[in-house]
Write a protein that binds this ligand. Structure first.
Ligand SMILES: Nc1ncnc2c1ncn2[C@@H]1O[C@H](COP(=O)(O)OP(=O)(O)OP(=O)(O)O)[C@@H](O)[C@H]1O
Length: 308
């Protein structure tokens, strides 16, 4: 993985003594979509604000494109596009003018062809010369993205891109983000919506009370998600697992009164049929059966709870 962002021991204690970030280590690769999940007040905005140079860290370090975010602030800031949660655009400006102006703020010379390309990518080109006030909410959000991309950043932060956005619009936003990633931009988004992280992210990070609890490939998480646990309550307790049942993923539990079997729901053969047959053959009598699915939501809730 070619790292674009490297974060090491990053901490932030605000002036009132509140520890908003506790020694976060994280590397984000080029062209990744990384979703940062966490409850309110977890430290997501603090982390993004530090990387954007808006908040000063009190410990640790971070680099963007190999440059230190504190010492080479101008350099790193110019590599970052930030789409904040709130819509903050001048209602009386046109789409083109406001986007072009954002580019100018970074001291970049005008590049109308590039701005038009960004507007095309975001399906805003038809509204190029319209005033912001005449646009729908979804279009205004896309203008915020256009503004963030105006200075040709290589990293884009999206803070809660679908907060207060309806389902239809949210899907449109996901398409936009995927297209941006395909064009080589690295994307870090914060979200409360587990579904959004599941849908979009290559990797998912879970942050709670300032601590990064996990940063894992989505597919690895989905593999966990696809797992189910079958608990078999037995009529008579067993002292040990009989040889006939020597199956991968099978364990004796609850003082020998239950068997717990973990299996992948997506595989063609779960092994349950064979397990039941083995139980019959070994004359092990079953009292009750129960299955349980682990979901990303469960993993998330458990992690957050453990962190409290
Ligand atoms: N300037 C500040 N001074 C003191 N405490 C602050 C300051 N800014 C943020 N905090 C606190 O730091 C914690 C983390 O805030 P942050 O905004 O980073 O969380 P978040 O994960 O982005 O939350 P949300 O999902 O609500 O946006 C919160 O408890 C917040 O009250």
């Amino acid at each position: 993985m070619d790292p674009v962002i490297a974060i090491s021991g990053l901490s932030k204690t605000y002036e009132d003594g509140y520890e908003a970030l506790k020694s976060v280590d994280l590397t984000i690769g080029k062209g990744e979509i990384f979703a940062l999940l966490g409850p309110n007040g977890a430290g997501k905005t603090t982390l993004i604000s530090i990387l954007c140079g808006l908040v000063k860290p009190t410990g640790g370090s971070a680099t963007v494109g190999g440059y230190d975010i504190v010492h080479d602030y101008r350099k790193t800031r110019s590599m970052i596009g930030l789409v904040p949660q709130e819509l903050t655009t001048d209602q009386f400006e046109t789409v083109f003018a406001t986007t072009s102006f954002s580019r100018g703020l970074f001291g970049r010379p005008a590049k109308p062809d590039y701005i038009d390309q960004v507007l095309t990518d975001l399906s805003l080109i038809d509204r190029r010369d319209n005033k912001i006030m005449t646009l729908s909410g979804g279009m205004k959000r896309r203008v915020m993205i256009a503004k963030a991309l105006a200075h040709e950043p290589t990293v884009l932060f999206l803070d809660e891109p679908s907060a207060g956005v309806d389902v239809e619009l949210r899907k449109g936003m996901w398409d936009v983000v995927r297209r941006l990633r395909d064009s080589g931009v690295t994307i870090i988004l914060t979200t409360h919506y587990i579904e959004e992280a599941e849908e979009m992210a290559d990797r998912i990070g879970v942050i709670s009370k300032g601590e990064l609890m996990l940063a894992e490939e989505k597919h690895a998480l989905m593999a966990k998600l696809g797992r189910k646990t079958l608990t078999i309550q037995l009529q008579e307790p067993l002292e040990a697992l009989p040889d006939q049942l020597g199956k991968d993923g099978l364990e004796l539990a609850e003082d020998g009164t239950a068997l717990v079997y973990e299996y992948d729901t997506r595989s063609e053969r779960t092994g349950i049929g064979a397990l039941i047959a083995d139980l019959n053959r070994a004359d092990i009598r079953v009292k009750d059966l129960d299955t349980k699915q682990s979901s990303l939501e469960e993993i998330f809730v458990r992690l957050v709870r453990e962190g409290q």
